[in-house]
Design a protein around this ligand. Structure first.
Ligand SMILES: C[S@@+](CC[C@H](N)C(=O)[O-])C[C@H]1O[C@@H](n2cnc3c(N)ncnc32)[C@H](O)[C@@H]1O
Length: 303
């Protein structure tokens, strides 16, 4: 059935929480990625494509204090959250949000909307296609968003066309869903987490065929010169001072909703015991909880 707006909103709200927790838990890793970017000069105008709630936007504003960011996403809920966070961080004046579904409409990424904001939808972009402009972005960042595009090869060509000559395109992608438990956990159903992900990946594979793709050759085919590629391993143990527990709980709740038809009743019951924060087997009580994942970054130059 077609989701109602309420469902969409709830879905976006849950997703926004996970994106915020991800940004919080992986903040140091993200800072090391932005520090590593092979920029030739400090960028002035950065575009964050599929910005979500702004993990990349805010990290890039910190890394490049002279820059402003155009943050593009198809979710109004995420963009609202991003603006709240930018306001709380005192950087709202350096961020422009653009509501756009990049599958159907490529916004003008050069500068402010010359047609002025739509008063009923101030963030709705209604501008013409990109034209040569001194305000073209010199850095485009796309983190965990390219694999969502219906035709990512076209998106890569559009980014190439929008970037200033000599500009950099940074693609960050996830190796897969993070793992939170050791492979032999929980005691009564060892390997449960792996089975959950197998079930959810089988569903995603048909919907998101570019998840886990090698973006290097696709970037080259779109006209970029891939200058560097780096994979970082993430392994962060839960502690009272970090949000790993909440991140694991929110993420596995979302997995639960995606796999409930595809797991055995025994696995589903074990997953529910892990997700029961009041029960003795809840993951928040486990001393072996951690976030383990890998992220790969490609730095590609428009010649
Ligand atoms: C996994 S999230 C990543 C968010 C953020 N870049 C980060 O690293 O935290 C993917 C984002 O891409 C956005 N997205 C997916 N398809 C899109 C499209 N066709 N146009 C614009 N944004 C899209 C989603 O709304 C979501 O915010």
């Amino acid at each position: 059935p077609t989701p109602t707006p309420t469902h969409d909103h709830d879905h976006d709200h849950d997703h926004a929480e996970i994106l915020d927790l991800d940004a919080d838990v992986l903040a140091e890793h993200l800072a090391s990625v932005t520090a590593w970017l092979p920029v030739t000069a400090a960028p002035r105008h950065i575009v964050d494509l599929g910005c979500g709630t702004g993990a990349g936007t805010l990290a890039l504003l910190t890394r490049f204090p002279e820059a402003r960011v155009t943050a593009v996403d198809s979710s109004a809920t995420h963009l609202r959250r991003l603006r709240e966070k930018a306001g709380a961080g005192g950087v709202a004046g350096r961020v422009r949000t653009v509501l756009a579904d990049l599958d159907t409409h490529w916004p003008d990424l050069s500068g402010p909307d010359p047609s002025g904001p739509d008063p009923s939808h101030p963030e709705l972009d209604r501008t013409a296609p990109a034209s040569p402009d001194p305000n073209r972005p010199d850095l485009v960042w796309a983190s965990a968003s390219l694999h969502h595009m219906a035709d990512p090869r076209r998106t890569l060509r559009q980014v190439h066309g929008s970037l200033a000559p000599g500009g950099l395109f940074a693609v960050v992608e996830l190796a897969g869903f993070p793992r939170f438990l050791p492979a032999d956990a929980p005691e009564d159903r060892p390997g449960l987490e792996e089975r959950c992900h197998l079930a959810s990946e089988r569903r995603h594979d048909s919907r998101l065929p570019h998840r886990g793709a090698d973006w290097g050759p696709m970037l080259t085919a779109a006209g970029f010169e891939v200058e560097a590629e780096r994979t970082i391993a993430v392994d962060i143990e839960a502690s009272p001072s970090n949000a790993v527990g909440r991140y694991a709980l929110s993420s596995l709740r979302r997995v639960r909703a995606a796999v409930d038809d595809h797991l055995s009743p025994e696995d589903l019951a074990a997953l529910d015991r892990l997700l029961d924060t009041d029960g003795p087997h809840g993951i928040l009580h486990r001393p072996d909880l951690a976030v383990r994942t890998r992220r790969t970054v490609w730095a590609a130059r428009r010649a």
